[in-house]
Design a protein around this ligand. Sequence first.
Ligand code: ADP
Ligand code: MG
Length: 581
Amino acid sequence: MNRLQSELRRIDHRGYPAYKDLRGSYDFGKYILNIEHIQGDPFASPSSLSVKIKGKAAGFPKEYYNGYDRKTAFEDFILRRFSFFAAGISFKAKGSGKSGMVSASRPGQEIMERSACKVDESTGDIILRFVVGFPAGGRSIDAGELEKILFRLLPGVVEKSGIFKLFTENEKVKLKEQIELSDDQKTLRKAVGENGFAAFIADGSILPRESGVSERPMKNAVLFKSPESMRVTFELPHKGKITGMGIKKGVTLIVGGGYHGKSTLLQTLEKSVYPHIAGDGREYIVTDATGVKLRAEDGRSVKNEDISLFIRNLPNGKDTKNFSTLDASGSTSQAANTIEALEAGSRLFLIDEDTSATNFMIRDELMERVISAAKEPIVPFIKRVGQLYRQRGISTILVAGSCGAFFHVADTVIQMDRYMPKEITKAAKEAAADYPLKMHGISKDGMCIECTDNSQNMDNINENPEIEINGERKVKLPKSDDRTKIKVMGTDGFLYNKTNVDLRYLEQITDAEQMLAISKALEYLIKKYGGKEISLNLLLGDIENLMEKKGVEALTGRGSVPDMSRPRRFEIAGCINRFVK
Ligand code: ADP
Ligand code: MG
């Protein structure tokens, strides 16, 4: 009899805390069961367990998990199966609290590194993490029920999800397809970047989602079809030729009537910094992985940021080269978001006028005439967007249905017409020529000058003609508390001890698991660097390095590993920038 079985029989019917004696590792032949953390009572969060399937027993072809992308796709596949089968053995035991509940991470539409499933590239060992509500009758241990879960139900689940031999032919094909899709996505991403594109959307893609709360594809959606003038073809290793719309680097404007699918297109691009699973409709859509959605965020705090590229001469005399506030306005918040993305290394800005501060984006001629530029603290984004690309290589994809002024500064204009893209660059430019853009700027010597038309002229009228990026801005995280308590609130943010960290407007955070990883990254950095002035990019580099070497699970210190998905540096930066006060 297994050592765990005799332990279980020994503690049966005793007080619930006696479950704690079960902590440890148990050999089940093909796998090792690890009981890592045991809940204190039947109503507490369920206990954390993991299994490690031995590489020899698992027996998957090694080429399925060599290299980061394949490995991630492989782990994703195993985890989805495991959590599906685990949910199947979950039952509401007669007992109290969470008795009998079994569950593992349920990935959404993205394929991303998750702590819940890890394969060791050299041994082929597979670790799967999950939770079990240890059963109780009232407050006393119901060991018989736990024995049933761990000895009768779980082995089947582990074997069906993690032992190649036991896969049906159909499942083997599906796994192979997932690995091949991952190869294709990797190739596509590389080709898109190398050929001068900021994004690519394959013909036949499904852009809209089922609903505001479901990331599944909309049924009966109008399928994407590229306009001929923007059509490009790439060759993928498994799928072969793929055709779609290439959005060139530079300034791209998306226009069109209300309800014609502009925001849907932009949201698709926001999400496609990550790869999507087969059947999602966005499998062959790729956005530059450094793409950041920028929006207004009234009320956010800003700490020691140089926003003078966009805002200067504030009436209260505040220094915008070193700007701090606990309650930013629409325009200053969007300026801060933009500068922060720049600092963290973004090469693509994604902006929707629906969620932008109008006065940050544009100022019309009449307003310029009435309020002289010298009195206006904001240099609107329209004056910087071309310069950002020419001087810094930062592209912008901008939804602007109501403001034609952007025609002057756009390299490409796409019209969404009943969910179909059309390229209208030429027509838009011709029409724009009849309406020269008159904008005022401030020359280097502080004079108010006027210029017309194209954005090249505009570069010369701005006070700081060279865009400088401060890669060395320092932040000071608070000293570490003895104990930290973190509570994640979905994709809205988290509580860090008593501090509410509001990240609702970092719209590219994928799920609560990524939010938890971000909060753990913050905790890690506070422990290591709290109380010291450190360059933000050094902090980000440290975290990325750690995850690169040891995986996302390295963000937790000792103890059991919670479910986390790997965050990007931009969302971690966003968290730090909102946290420091
Ligand atoms: P806009 O930003 O141009 O006003 P939206 O992108 O918000 O328009 O789209 C309006 C509505 O149309 C949304 O409810 C969206 O789900 C739906 N929609 C978008 N694209 C498609 C499509 N390709 N097929 C069917 N419905 C779509
Ligand atoms: Mg819209």
